[in-house]
Design a protein around this ligand. Structure first.
Ligand code: UTP
Length: 409
């Protein structure tokens, strides 16, 4: 894209200020800025003034049937057997979502590189590979692992795996792909600059993972390899089971389009999304959307009806994902602290939110599908998220849970 075209594009969205330092840049910086302008979808800022497009708005919310621990126990052996057969037949792939910025943890490196060890190094990525190995060993076959990164952490993540020899995994089965970026703006929709030749941008949320995987050409690989299911999971749960045969067996046996691991909330206000039905479709109500009425609803058995929280560990049927791939996910507009260049050309690191980032979320994919199996897991054994340094869902709490589960740190 040349300067004139960039100017034209920016004018449409009222973002001409992004070229104000253009003349002061080196030729290479100018090219880089023009490339960014070409690749950026500026239309997202128009959503600031639009009504939020929450797909659950005005839907009727009802409880969903959860496969609880006692039900799972009854069929554990046959589910596990079916899951192992599916893995052994190469039908299962895994997708690690590692494109996030991990701002709450406050490390300037990718979250997966965080060392949670006490007497020795134990990296988050290492824990993930160790967990994956459980299923690889049980099924006696490698499982393809697709790792989503972003422009901000791609090289460093890849290099880290390489330096650590993929923690013993066969590197032929580990594939990295980048998610897209979205611009960040002030409250009026003016995109920030984070350098004289650089737009402020950030990863566009974890909702676009399948599109990014496809754009990177890995759908073809999955077709070649006969991968029919993808276990998608977050980077920060250091206790989660990956490609868990029992979970796979339960989802496959009952022909669900997606399985979702869930835990019983530890108190009604726990900050996890709650699984339910919205107009008969599986859906997740975020903790901040849960009304008092929903919070207080009981099942006929007297149990809280909206009591099972998702832990970001899903098993998606690839065929169903391909069917819904063209549908647009709702855009979430999130208030954040965004570093920016002030009028004097100095970089400012705000200590209060100063604008918006634009994201799509994986939880909205669930509502596009027709059937979902919520599959209960024991939280003390499978849920140790690391969001913060200390306190709730932190390095501290995860370490405690890891030690309780016999994992040496
Ligand atoms: P979180 O919502 O916890 O975000 O991501 P985060 O970026 O890790 O942390 P904060 O909110 O900045 O502190 C849940 C999962 O989704 C991934 C994360 O890497 C994590 O595995 N994710 C999030 C992406 O892959 N891309 C994104 O754009 C956002």
């Amino acid at each position: 894209m040349d300067y004139e075209h960039a100017q034209k594009k920016l004018k449409i969205y009222g973002q001409e200020h992004l070229l104000r330092y253009f003349d002061t840049l080196s030729e290479q910086e100018q090219c880089e800025l023009l490339r960014q302008i070409e690749e950026t979808d500026f239309s997202v800022v128009r959503h600031i003034t639009k009504q939020q497009t929450d797909p659950k708005k005005d839907s009727t919310i009802t409880p969903i049937t959860v496969m609880t621990l006692d039900k799972i126990q009854e069929k554990k052996t046959s589910f596990t057997q079916l899951g192992i057969e599916a893995i052994h037949a190469g039908k299962i792939g895994a997708v690690l979502l590692a494109g996030g910025m991990g701002t709450r943890l406050g490390s300037d490196q990718p979250k997966g590189m965080y060392d949670i060890g006490i007497t020795k190094s134990v990296y988050i990525f290492q824990r993930i590979i160790e967990n994956l190995f459980d299923s690889v060993n049980a099924a006696k076959t490698w499982i393809h692992l697709f790792v989503m990164t972003s422009e901000k952490n791609h090289e460093i993540t890849r290099d880290f795996f390489e330096e650590h020899h993929y923690f013993g995994y066969d590197k032929k089965y580990i594939h990295f792909f980048k998610q897209s970026m979205a611009p960040a703006s002030d409250y009026h929709g003016n995109i920030y600059l984070e350098g004289k030749g650089k737009l402020a941008n950030s990863p566009n949320g974890n909702g676009g993972w399948f599109i990014s995987l496809k754009q990177a050409g890995f759908l073809d690989l999955m077709h070649q390899e006969g991968i029919e299911w993808l276990n998608v999971f977050s980077v920060d749960n250091v206790l989660q089971r990956i490609a868990d045969p029992c979970f796979i067996g339960a989802t496959l046996e009952n022909n669900y389009q997606v399985g979702a691991k869930v835990v019983r909330k530890n108190h009604p206000d726990e900050k996890v999304g709650v699984i339910c039905l919205a107009d008969g479709h599986p859906a997740i109500v975020e903790y901040y959307e849960l009304t008092d009425t929903l919070r207080n609803t009981l099942t006929p058995e007297g149990e809280p009806a909206y009591h099972f929280g998702v832990i970001l560990n899903y098993l998606f049927e690839v065929k169903s994902l391909e069917r819904i791939a063209k549908k647009e996910l709702p855009l979430h507009i999130v208030e954040k602290k965004i570093p920016y260049l002030d009028n004097q050309g100095n970089i400012v690191q705000p200590d209060q939110p100063n604008g918006y980032k634009f994201e799509t979320l994986i939880l909205d994919l669930i509502q596009m599908l027709d059937t979902c199996l919520p599959f209960e897991v024991i939280r003390e054994q499978e849920f140790a998220p690391i969001k913060n340094k200390t306190g709730v869902d932190s390095v501290e709490s995860a370490r405690k849970l890891l030690l309780e589960n016999g994992i040496a740190l």
